[in-house]
Design a protein around this ligand. Sequence first.
Ligand SMILES: CC(=O)[C@@H](O)[C@H](O)COP(=O)(O)O
Length: 264
Amino acid sequence: MSDDIFQIAGKTYNSRLIVGTGKYQDFAQTREAVKASGAEIVTVAIRRVNIGQNAGEASLLDYLPPSEFTYLPNTAGCYTAEDAIRTLRLARELLDGHKLVKLEVLGDQHTLFPNVRETLKAAEVLVKDGFDVMVYTSDDPIIAKELQEIGCCAVMPLASLIGSGMGILNPWNLRLIIEQLSVPVLVDAGVGTASDATIALELGCDGILMNTAIAHAKDPVRMARAMKLAVEAGRESFLAGRMPKKLYSADPSSPVSGLIAASK
Ligand SMILES: CC(=O)[C@@H](O)[C@H](O)COP(=O)(O)O
């Protein structure tokens, strides 16, 4: 049993990878990729994916049963605090009082950047209403701290724009957020490939949330496996502690003293 515990809202998980469930060919492929990723938490856009809202249609719940996965309903597509709150209250009804949610309130359709003013407003209401709120936000350390103070159970700054696959654009801001917060910090959005995930965990992020990098890979199931390994490698590397960086100079790998003199 590892002593490297990853907890969200008091529950322990083995995997530090949270995956989205959108953008796949069909629910069968979603399931295969999620299984390959090793993720135990799956996030679901309540406005886009059927988990019982549309009776008579295929439901994700049949492919990813809540007995096997922790659901993280999210507010993708919401542009106001009011919309986000309403959406998560609906999710709570659909999932029998479920409390763990992902809040995202978007600023505009072009960037899908978070609207932090509306995000803060919604977070206050949802926390008071008893939700465990994992919150998508910008990589601004001041806002991240405010969200923790409001009572969010995890803060999730973007690596880069949702769906862009641009990777981590500002590792320095992420470092500031990680240093200052005591709740888990997860990178959410912008991952393009497995090395991005490794870097996020190496920086000290507690976990990572991604969707497009897996769903839009040529082989989503294989990429899901790669992400699992990348997250594990990044975490191990973080815990191992990297060798100190030096000024640009070499350091021979073999000893320099006691060398046998070369014969003439
Ligand atoms: C699934 C989800 O919640 C997305 O809104 C999330 O932000 C992931 O972004 P990527 O698709 O860039 O991984």
